[in-house]
Design a protein around this ligand. Structure first.
Ligand code: C2E
Ligand code: CA
Ligand code: CA
Ligand code: CA
Length: 279
């Protein structure tokens, strides 16, 4: 029922809040979790609006605590972000995604780059460029098969020389995407100074396509802005044929969402990619 769903959610929130009060406990829990495979990555395909071909996959982390039900990343990522533990989990995510990409590439299954989310704290962390460089070197993944998603909010932060950090990442050959785009306040002038490749329109605007005038207008403006800056534009959270049709009309480059596929565990993702190759 709805009630028990809420209770489950509250239980986890309380449990995690308690854990946050004891950083040490959470830290050992995190390390244990990584060691015992409590975390895994699911992969959600991105498809070209024009051709319908798969053009890449986003890696999304999942946590199933030992003897527990799965906890949503929308709950545990912000907590890890607060405590700084995201840096450790984020490094595991990055290396695991690179390793998987190399394996799929060897099997002839990789249709395009693997996208990995970098949380604000990770992006602002001094070591992020080294971390990415090491992940590529250790796994042998070519930079152009890795895309890093950085939220618009993190890019707007004043605490690091954003432009310089992006350039250092770009020098590794990786692709750079601005995630949750439209929720911040970046200007065209601001964006044009950054060496970015892609904008991901936040789901909140996709929800309102062809329904809500304001959301539709924002989405169309982002797509036009992206085109004028020579950036790819991807719509996230596409759930309906109506939304897809509207995105085709607006000449959006690619879509990601339940309409085509949910994020899939590795065996299902591999089967999905295999079917593409065959069919
Ligand atoms: P995000 O980066 O904006 O990822 C998109 C979220 O939308 C994912 O939720 C995805 O499962 C969901 N989604 C995709 N298509 C649809 C759709 O058609 N309908 C609906 N309702 N949802 C859709 P998820 O996997 O629960 O992740 C939530 C957030 O947690 C992510 O938002 C991201 O901010 C964060 N996150 C997930 N994995 C990682 C990670 O490995 N590292 C970091 N730093 N953050 C992550
Ligand atoms: Ca993302
Ligand atoms: Ca996003
Ligand atoms: Ca989002």
């Amino acid at each position: 029922s709805k009630e028990s769903g809420r209770n489950t959610y509250n239980f986890h929130t309380e449990e995690l809040t308690r854990a946050a009060e004891n950083r040490q406990a959470l830290e050992s829990r995190l390390h244990r979790a990584i060691g015992t495979n409590e975390f895994e990555l699911h992969y959600q395909p991105q498809l070209s609006v024009f051709s319908g071909h798969c053009v890449g996959l986003e890696a999304l982390v999942r946590w199933r605590p030992e003897n527990g039900t799965p906890v949503s990343p929308a709950v545990f990522i912000p907590l890890l972000e607060e405590t700084g533990l995201i840096v450790a989990l984020g490094e595991w995510v990055l290396r695991e995604a690179c390793r998987q990409a190399v394996q799929w590439e060897a099997e002839g299954l990789l249709p395009g780059p693997i996208s990995v989310n970098l949380s604000p704290r990770q992006f602002l962390h001094q070591d992020v460029v080294d971390m990415v460089q090491r992940a590529l070197a250790d796994t042998g993944l070519p930079g152009e098969l890795l895309e890093l998603e950085i939220t618009e909010g993190a890019l707007m932060s004043q605490s690091v020389a954003t432009q310089e950090r992006l350039s250092e990442l770009k020098a590794l050959g990786v692709l750079l995407a601005v995630d949750d785009f439209g929720t911040g306040y970046s200007s065209l002038a601001y964006l044009s100074r950054f060496p970015i490749d892609k904008l991901k329109i936040d789901k909140s605007f996709i929800d309102g396509l062809a329904q809500d005038e304001r959301a539709d207008k924002i989405a169309s403006t982002i797509i036009a802005m992206g085109r004028s800056l020579n950036l790819r534009v991807v719509a996230e959270g596409v759930e309906t044929a109506i939304q897809l049709e509207r995105l085709r009309e607006l000449d959006c480059d690619a879509v990601q969402g339940y309409f085509y596929s949910r994020p899939l565990p590795v065996p299902a993702a591999a089967a999905w990619l295999e079917a593409l190759r065959v069919g």
